[in-house]
Design a protein around this ligand. Structure first.
Ligand code: SDX
Length: 431
């Protein structure tokens, strides 16, 4: 934490309180209110945490006005163009880009952990075939603590490291097996002679009768999607992982909690909801009807894949994703994809509409990702599992940072209580 000399003065009922101000390396200053309740017997109030910093972090920074996203200082568009997912994992976990030797060692460690304990297959068969793959991922990841006991003691740095590698390595296998189970095909094992993205595509689309060898452009596009979703400051699912971890829960349980939170359509579930919305719109001539619904305060409909709590400019990830969509669809010979045409026209119309301009609503990471994944052959139900797979390294990096922080304590928010004050019990015959 930066040394502070600046203070903010809060005056309540004529009494003034000096609150320290801490300055960041980037972004807004923060007012430190940790001692406020003890000094002034008053809480602050911020449902949804729109103005509240829950922690300090050195991992990711977003400048919402500029539409800038930095991972350990490196801009996301440079990482998406020049790096690859496992190198970005190393950067997020350890703070610096790896040397060639460090990267080779890290990739080898991940490769050696891609298989699941064979008995974990039984968890998949316990679900109905039509179970949403996110339900399966929440269950299977939470169950990992029942199989990998030697990496659940969070007080042991070595066990924290092993749990981190295991989760990053096994998530593609879990997501692919959830998909295979949902379509009634046999699970495909990972291979050590494939890179991370190719392995995932193979486990999803190979069958015993015929192996699947993805075009390198598709593997690259898959890897880029992983990179674009890797981490994003203190979003809802990352905050869930941090809060769950603050009680000392094991890392597998905490990541399962993050997966559950990500599933919501306001968060990671938006990629599935967005493609379903684009399909429902169907043709460009129906766009005005949906734009009007999105603007109608009495209509709960919102443009999925649009808007963001932090970005008040283009989400830089959406820009890269849009370029990747053109590349993948052209490769697959579906560049006249009607859904992509609707998406591009919807973006154009929305960005010209004063409602969206005034509220600074732009396409976010979920607006174009589903179009690429759909073209690759994934059902919409696999979109959020792929987001969860990608974000595992972000959750883990933030978890490690928090566990290693000596200031770490259990998260326990307070409330503005508006309920009944104390009253006596009424026997049922007197009610
Ligand atoms: C992700 O936090 C992260 O970093 C998340 C994420 C990550 O990488 O972890 O970036 C991933 O979750 C991206 C967001 C995916 N969700 C969607 O695309 C769902 C659609 N978007 C919205 O639900 C909404 O924009 C949120 C949830 C993303 C943000 O909501 P906020 O910050 O609480 O903003 P808000 O609801 O207060 O909206 C401000 C105004 C409101 O109008 P008023 O009440 O002021 O009149 O903008 C309107 C909203 O009604 N608005 C929209 C809109 N999003 C906001 N109107 C129409 N369509 C939309 N999509």
């Amino acid at each position: 934490m930066s040394d502070t000399t600046k203070t903010a003065t809060l005056t309540v009922d004529g009494q003034s309180y000096e609150l320290p101000i801490h300055s960041p390396t980037a972004g807004p200053d923060v007012i430190d209110i940790r001692k406020l309740y003890g000094q002034a017997d008053i809480f602050t109030y911020d449902p949804g945490f729109t103005s509240t910093a829950s922690c300090d972090s050195t991992i990711t920074f977003i400048d919402g006005d500029k539409g800038e996203l930095l991972h350990r200082g490196y801009p996301i568009d440079q990482l998406a163009g020049k790096s690859h997912y496992l190198e970005v994992c190393y950067l997020l976990l350890y703070g610096e880009l790896p040397t060639a030797e460090q990267l080779e060692d890290f990739e080898q460690r991940v490769t050696m952990h891609t298989m699941l304990h064979e008995q974990m297959k039984n968890f998949f068969s316990g679900f109905r075939r039509d179970a949403h793959p996110m339900a399966i991922m929440v269950g299977v990841v939470g169950a990992m603590s029942a199989f990998y006991h030697d990496s659940t003691d969070i007080s042991d740095p070595w066990q924290r490291e092993v749990a981190s590698i295991r989760l990053i390595a096994k998530m593609p296998t879990i997501a692919a097996w959830a998909y295979k189970y949902s379509i009634g095909q046999p699970m495909v094992y990972p291979r050590n002679d494939c890179d991370y993205a190719t392995n995932f595509l193979r486990m999803c689309f190979s069958v015993p009768a015929e192996d699947y060898h993805p075009d390198p452009i598709l593997s690259r596009a898959m890897d880029r999607i992983f990179t674009l979703h890797a981490d994003h400051e203190q979003n809802a699912s990352t905050s869930t992982v941090r809060l769950a971890s603050s009680s000392g829960a094991n890392p597998f349980a905490c990541i399962a909690a993050g997966i559950a939170c990500l599933w919501g359509p306001a968060h990671g579930g938006a990629n599935q909801a967005c493609l379903e919305m684009l399909r429902e719109i169907g043709t460009p001539n129906r766009i005005p009807e949906y734009i009007e619904r999105a603007k109608d305060r009495d209509d709960p409909f919102r443009l999925m894949g649009f808007g963001h709590r932090v970005y008040k400019n283009f989400d830089p990830r959406a820009k890269v994703m849009k370029e990747s969509a053109d590349e993948v669809l052209e490769l697959l010979g579906v560049d006249n994809n009607p859904t992509l045409q609707v998406a591009k026209e919807l973006e154009r119309v929305a960005l010209e509409d004063p409602y969206f301009a005034e509220k600074k609503l732009y396409p976010n990471v979920d607006f174009y990702s589903g179009i690429i994944l759909d073209a690759m052959g994934f059902p919409t139900s696999m979109f959020t599992p792929i987001f969860a797979l990608s974000r595992t390294v972000g959750w883990i990096s933030q978890w490690k940072e928090m566990i290693g922080d000596p200031q770490n304590k259990i998260g326990r928010p307070r409330q503005l209580y508006l309920g009944e004050t104390a009253r006596d019990y009424i026997d049922i015959e007197n009610r």
